[in-house]
Design a protein around this ligand. Sequence first.
Ligand SMILES: Cc1cc2nc3c(=O)[nH]c(=O)nc-3n(C[C@H](O)[C@H](O)[C@H](O)COP(=O)(O)O)c2cc1C
Length: 216
Amino acid sequence: MSDFDLDQTDRLLQTTKQVRKRLDFDRTVPSEVILDCIDVASRAPMGSNLERNKWLIVNDRDKIAAIGALYLKAATPYLASGSIDESDDRQGRVVDSAMYLAERMGEVPTMVIPVRYDRVEGGDVATQAGFYGSVLPGVWSFQMALRSRGVGSCWTTLHLQYEREVGAILEIPESVTQVCLLPVGYYTGDSFSVTKRRPASEITFVDKWGTSPDLM
Ligand SMILES: Cc1cc2nc3c(=O)[nH]c(=O)nc-3n(C[C@H](O)[C@H](O)[C@H](O)COP(=O)(O)O)c2cc1C
């Protein structure tokens, strides 16, 4: 038997949402809170247990504004391109919320950029899986650690269209890979709904591709 409260752990896993409209733009998140969450997140698995990741916290208002402007420049054409099906209600809400964040990215209380301090150029599937698989689990742990302290974040990647420009603002060497950018701020309100997803029985095969678990 495990001593975890499953209701609590499942609720944390299922309600750690990508927070955009509910970020509190007026409240600073103390650096100690973010450092505590990085400590928690650093326990995530890493290929060969090699610690090749780092985290960059951005509090400087001018830098946040400059990165926010680049993010908006990348997000505007992408979100207007129609590549996300907005006739689907749920996707329409994501686009609306993503556009809201894009317009206010330059005002967020803090940005956190997780990085790997090497790069994967090309490489086979195993190399790529090992590369990103050694840093992304920590990002999700970080988001959950924040959420359990009342702090919201949103996983974003659109700024990577301007990876070099953002790197120049933060003096990140070209040998380093930024894997995403998280705007971070306390969230308003106190509960989040459970994300709607297809049930396990629809997305799982057993023993053979195409086999439904219902037939087990
Ligand atoms: C790899 C990845 C990239 C993403 N990039 C962006 C992004 O650039 N901008 C954004 O607003 N959301 C981004 N998202 C957030 C997704 O849109 C989000 O997970 C989706 O809206 C579901 O929301 P939920 O997690 O709150 O249920 C990204 C998520 C992932 C995992």
